[in-house]
Write a protein that binds this ligand. Sequence first.
Ligand code: TZP
Ligand code: MG
Length: 201
Amino acid sequence: MKGYYFITDANLSRAGNRSDVLSAVSCGVKTVQYRSKNAETREMYHEALELGQICRDAGSLFLINDRLDIALAVEADGVHVGQSDLPCLRARRLLGEGKIIGVTVHNMTEAVQAEEEGADYLGVSPIFQTATKPDAGKPAGIRLIEEIREQVSLPLVAIGGINHANAPEVVRAGADGICAISCVVAEEDVKERIRRLQELF
Ligand code: TZP
Ligand code: MG
């Protein structure tokens, strides 16, 4: 989970998910999450198969947002669940010990609980205001990363409103990984945008 963590967003992407994932792995991104909020299940399954193969070929981890069924169906490396998705404990029973489970947390209580339930890493969210996920909740600021860092030993991936200007302070606060969607996939030169974020690590 160290470094820049890539998440797909077909609505914001200029070049499309396939091109974005190819760009990400060619820049050496080690974790790719397939996130699709409006595709039908069959479409998700086919897209996940294709993107998963790209990641496997590149030696990068491939995770699925929310959809444990899709993760199982395409034999992804794991799943990322939010507070309204399947509980981490249940996801673990279904996926098994060998798979990766990331959990989105918004505060210390959720962070401690996710660690107790066996999460492999935490998505700390949202750090700043974001239009990409309208229901992300109130921005927590970098202080939340520092606080969780003190009490939880899991890798922390910061997300929400992170861009090239504010990313350095997020890394300084102790984030192991950072995810930034709109300031990467909505831009013309995706690789250049990714490289500039990777340089922070
Ligand atoms: N989860 C919490 S905030 C967010 C997700 C998927 C969106 C982050 O997008 P951006 O464009 O980097 O703010
Ligand atoms: Mg979710």
